[in-house]
Design a protein around this ligand. Structure first.
Ligand code: URA
Length: 255
């Protein structure tokens, strides 16, 4: 088999549970329960094994007798409040961003994550290729944060944030940092990073001997949070999706 068609064949093969999450129909956990309940058929036969391989080019998959259909691509911008987890379910029962998206009516994956105590712009989509593109550190998609620190930072400390801070997982990339204002004991900064390591802003500020008191993400790539109320979501416009580059098909975005 020539190389190109071999990899195309590989791409169309997925485990049964993945087929549903990839199509934006539900989480893998939900898919497992549908499969276990005998609601899923492959080529007319009930399959109860979630790890069963299917070839989407050849196999006919149904849920409750209805053929699997790829959901149109949807891209949402949520203003995540502080105190919400960027996960689907929390064993401790804390609120998650999905509690705020119940009216979206679709299974969506977050494009990266924000800490429990961070608020601001969070994108969610069922276009997993888009999510992977935006999160890929090689693409250096800028992320902008408003930061309030527990101490007043010196110019030298701010320069260090710009140049790069040594963290346990290596030196941070150069950042764009603007001092917005100071109070007697605090500094308010705008920080733009081109990487998205775990708790990166908090760890950078802690490495300077200070602490983050408030963290809000206000922009991701070309998208700004604007005047969206906290806890609310909106669809990205077709122009916003296109502005990320690549050949997306924003089939259900609002113009
Ligand atoms: N940096 C952090 O420290 N936390 C976030 O949630 C995002 C960036």
């Amino acid at each position: 088999m020539p190389h190109a068609s071999k990899s195309a064949a590989k791409r169309s093969q997925k485990t049964l549970e993945r087929v549903f999450s990839k199509a934006g129909m539900g989480s893998r956990t939900e898919a497992r329960s549908w499969i276990g309940a005998g609601r899923v058929r492959v080529n007319g036969c009930v399959v109860r094994n979630a790890d069963h391989w299917v070839d989407l080019e050849r196999d006919h998959v149904t849920l409750d007798g209805k053929p699997l259909r790829k959901a149109a691509h949807t891209y949402l911008l949520l203003y995540k409040p502080k105190g919400y987890l960027t996960t689907y379910r929390d064993p401790q029962g804390r609120p998650t961003v999905y509690d705020l998206l119940q009216d979206a009516g679709l299974w969506l994956v977050p494009v990266g994550r924000l800490d429990l105590d961070t608020s601001g712009l969070l994108l969610l989509t069922n276009d997993t290729a888009f999510a992977e593109h935006v999160m890929n550190p090689d693409h250096k998609v800028p992320k902008t944060y408003q930061v309030k620190t527990a101490t007043r930072l010196t110019d030298e400390q701010i320069d260090q944030l710009r140049r790069g801070v040594p963290l346990s997982d290596g030196l941070t990339r150069p950042a764009v940092v603007t001092r917005v204002r100071d109070s007697a004991t605090r500094t308010f900064l705008e920080v733009t990073l081109t990487e998205g390591r775990n708790r990166q802003v908090r760890r950078m500020i802690e490495a300077l001997g200070s602490k983050v008191l408030k963290l809000v993400r206000t922009a991701l790539g070309p998208i700004r949070i604007g005047d969206l109320p906290i806890g609310k979501w909106r669809h990205l416009t077709a122009g916003e999706v296109r502005a990320f580059g690549g050949s997306r098909s924003p089939s259900s975005v609002r113009c």
